[in-house]
Design a protein around this ligand. Structure first.
Ligand SMILES: *Cc1c(COP(=O)(O)O)cnc(C)c1O
Length: 395
């Protein structure tokens, strides 16, 4: 006997729930790619992506996922043999660095681990030691979706400037854009990238890159440029050049609708909603962890991010059995542990088009599973989440 019938809820950290309005906006005939509504649509989207990244720099929209946007950002500013510094705090900056390495870039990893944020002071010290300025770029993820950490990009930007270093600061905002503040220009970020299917509430398939003037100067001499990703080609006057071929029309109409939803709610409210639902989730986990079987992956409370929470399972407790129960019995699909946490953790996403019933439902289901599987846990985690929201969401 299961209680699964009804709408399934995907609580994985991407792809996330696509709003019905976005789905409807894509349900339309194809349009001309040389004239008509598509031209103004592109202009508006490029401008509004700048608004989301908070930059007066250039933005580019690729037909790609996040991995493609990684490649787009690297090929446009680096050359074979260049050296870069990757700031470890989970899996994703490491993965981005791995793509660079495979393109012939020398990669140094500033050692971190799965359980904490990047320490800006360590970044500053490493850059100060790079007397000859051999490091050309620094790669960091704002939120690492494997560990559930949030990195302080503003402080890292300050560390780069304090060291007086010229390296480009490149930020992966795939799991954070549209969910928490991102101030590209103010924080001194040179290249930022993201994708459509997480906080941006659109289907997978669009990669976003934003570039500062400094990055576009460096771009002129970059040796890894290829025709498809090349910024200069995409800055051409012809609409056709903006996508290096046929535009992803339907995804663009979907993205337009998703941006309209974000702006209608107000970005500050969107960020506040994420913070509230994330904190409610953390309240529940805090109570459950009293049973000593489950615990937060990120040790320092202030370093836990607002889009996904990674929950570790102690020895003898199987996260996959819990995920299985939530899916098969209740129709809630949770994320699995990745990297070092494979088979040792679950990830609860609270990212994108989510509201209180979705998150309280998810937390209720996780608590139900903890009980059904006899995994020791403090009782009343869901109640703690409810109380937190009652106190913080005023009538
Ligand atoms: C999901 C994710 C990616 C990869 O995006 P894909 O669309 O799966 O290629 C990169 N970085 C972060 C932080 C992510 O969360």
């Amino acid at each position: 006997m299961s209680v699964r019938a009804g709408r399934e809820f995907l609580a994985i950290p991407g792809p996330t729930t696509v709003p019905d309005e976005v789905l409807r906006a894509m349900h339309r005939p194809a349009v001309d790619i040389y004239s008509g509504p598509l031209l103004a649509l592109t202009d508006g989207l490029l401008k509004d992506m700048g608004r989301v990244f908070h930059t007066s720099g250039r933005t580019y929209i690729y037909i790609s996922n996040g991995h493609g946007a990684w490649e787009a950002s690297l090929t446009n500013v680096l050359s074979r043999g260049d050296k870069i510094l990757v700031l470890e705090s989970g899996r994703f900056a490491i993965g981005w660095g791995e793509s660079a390495r495979r393109m012939g870039v020398e990669v140094e990893i500033l050692k971190g681990d799965m359980r904490r944020a990047v320490r800006p002071a360590e970044v500053e010290a490493r850059l100060r030691a790079d007397k000859g300025g051999t490091i050309k770029a620094i790669l960091v993820a704002q939120i690492d979706t494997a560990s559930g950490v949030v990195n302080d990009i503003e402080a890292i930007g300050q560390a780069v400037r304090a060291a007086g270093h010229e390296a480009l600061l490149m930020v992966d905002a795939v799991a954070s854009l549209g969910c928490m503040p991102f101030e590209m220009d103010k924080w001194g970020v040179d290249v930022a990238m993201s994708g459509s299917q997480k906080g941006m509430m659109a289907p997978p398939g669009l990669g976003f890159v934003a570039a500062s003037d400094r990055a576009r100067e460096v771009h002129k001499k970059a040796g890894l440029r290829t025709p498809y990703w090349d910024w200069t080609d995409r800055e051409g006057d012809q609409h056709y050049q903006k996508y290096a071929g046929t535009p992803p029309e339907h995804l663009l109409f979907g993205l337009r609708q998703a941006l309209d939803l974000l702006f209608a709610e107000g970005l500050d409210n969107v960020f506040r909603r994420h913070r509230l639902l994330a904190e409610a989730t953390r309240r529940a986990i805090g109570v459950w962890s009293e049973g000593q079987a489950v615990s937060f992956n990120i040790i320092e409370a202030s370093e836990r991010c607002d889009t996904v929470t990674t929950v570790r399972f102690g020895d003898g407790h199987d996260p996959e059995a819990l995920r299985d129960y939530c899916n098969k019995q209740c129709g809630v699909i949770l994320g699995h542990g990745i990297g070092d946490l494979s088979g040792k953790a679950i990830r609860i996403a609270h990212m994108g088009h989510v509201n209180a019933p979705m998150m309280l439902g998810t937390l209720g289901v996780v608590e139900m599973a903890l009980g059904a599987l006899a995994i020791p846990h403090g009782k009343g985690g869901s109640q703690a989440a409810i109380e937190y929201l009652s106190e913080n969401v005023k009538a």
